[in-house]
Design a protein around this ligand. Structure first.
Ligand code: CP3
Length: 345
């Protein structure tokens, strides 16, 4: 089996100890990342420079020997490729020229996406060429609802109220935007697979702002359509990460097109071991702040999660991305804890 333990779990296997990688494993908490990042002022330009993106993708693999590399890019490269204005203001996070009404959808076009995102695919090819064959290479994209949130609000938001109001008052036109994003994400992930991604993850980071009654239409179904189309064409495993949806995660469990569900920190490992893991492989769900805290708190919590989930189909990961204040030594210690874990010990 190529691409190691992670791919084996995504294809139905089990490993003791489980494979481990960390969301946002490349980033500002690593001095080596900051050094490369400092050579380009624009974050998007940095993402679109294949040799830099390749270098920072490989840094956490070299330093921590993780089981998977996730290509260094961002979910907002898709709105950028569709023709929406996207920029990253220093210390403020992402900014977009917000979509105000459906008349503006006409400005968005998939025609130039493959050309615009060619540097991402070049970085994937270069990364695969230097990555050992027992390490998986992950591609990713934002799920349509989360992308729509940023595209309509024009950046981050506490509650994405404008986006939700649009979805509830004008579901037909919101549906057109979601359809366009389904197509764009299928294109983008398809090209990533052709460039060497072994599996892909869909980040629905803001699914949790929706009530349960709206989740199926705007989160579950669009992600399912993407997974279906990718699997028809490429037979590639898809990991779905519907963040902060609580027990409504049971809706995603039924979708056989998802090879794994990524579990946020708010869901109990014990509950998911009973309700989800018999049906689907799981990934998660250590609190990223445990990784900042380190010491005995980190050790106890990592072991608790391993004891609950490590015996089934499982990929050790965080419940959300690594934060910049994480000491790199705590990441090294976490990998040691996971690799040293034995069931029942
Ligand atoms: O995981 C990895 O190592 C791969 C790279 C990756 C980045 N962003 C790099 C990045 C991935 C997988 C993402 C996904 C992403 N981007 C998500 C989904 C996951 C999540 O966290 O919920 C979202 C919502 C975004 C949008 C985004 N990009 C935000 C909100 C921000 C600002 C917040 C922050 O951490 O600064 C970004 C910028 C960004 N994307 C940085 C990195 C390393 C930091 C910018 C920099 O280094 O200058």
């Amino acid at each position: 089996m190529t691409a190691g333990k992670l791919m084996a779990v995504l294809r139905g296997g089990r490993f003791v100890p489980p494979p481990v990688w960390l969301m946002r494993q490349a980033g500002r908490y690593l001095p080596a990342y900051r050094k490369v990042r400092a050579t380009t002022s624009s974050f998007l330009e940095f993402c679109y420079t294949p040799d830099k993106a390749t270098e920072v993708t490989l840094q956490p693999i070299r330093r921590f020997d993780l089981d998977a590399a996730i290509i260094f890019s961002d979910i907002l490269v898709v709105p950028d490729a569709l023709g929406q204005k996207v920029w990253f203001a220093e210390g403020e996070g992402p900014k977009l020229e917000p979509l105000k009404d459906p008349a503006e959808f006409g400005k968005l076009s998939r025609a130039r996406l493959p050309e615009h995102l060619a540097p991402v695919y070049a970085a994937l090819r270069a990364t695969r060429a230097s990555l050992p064959s027992n390490k998986a290479l992950l591609g990713f994209a934002g799920a349509p609802f989360t992308l729509a949130c940023y595209m309509i609000e024009g950046g981050g938001s506490r509650d994405f109220a404008m986006t939700k109001r649009w979805a509830y008052q004008h579901p037909e036109s919101f549906g057109l935007l979601i359809d366009l994003l389904v197509d764009a994400v299928v294109d983008h992930l398809g090209h990533q697979v052709e460039a060497g991604a072994d599996a892909v993850q869909l980040f629905d980071s803001w699914a949790g702002v929706l009530p349960e009654s709206e989740l199926f239409r705007w989160s579950v179904q669009p992600m399912q359509r993407i997974a279906q189309r990718l699997r028809e064409k490429h037979d590639v495993p898809v990991i779905a990460f519907p963040r902060a949806v609580g027990p409504a995660i049971l809706m995603y469990r039924r979708i056989t097109e998802f090879a794994a569900l990524s579990i946020d920190t708010g869901i109990g490992a014990h509950w998911v071991a009973n309700e989800l893991q018999p049906h689907v492989a799981l990934q998660g769900n250590l609190d990223p702040i445990m990784l900042v805290a380190g010491g005995r708190a980190l050790e106890a919590e990592a072991r608790r999660i391993l004891n609950k989930l490590g015996g089934g189909r499982f990929v050790f990961n965080l419940g959300h991305g690594i934060v910049p204040q994480t000491p790199p030594d705590h990441v090294a210690r976490l990998v040691e804890i996971v690799r040293g874990w034995k069931p029942g010990a």
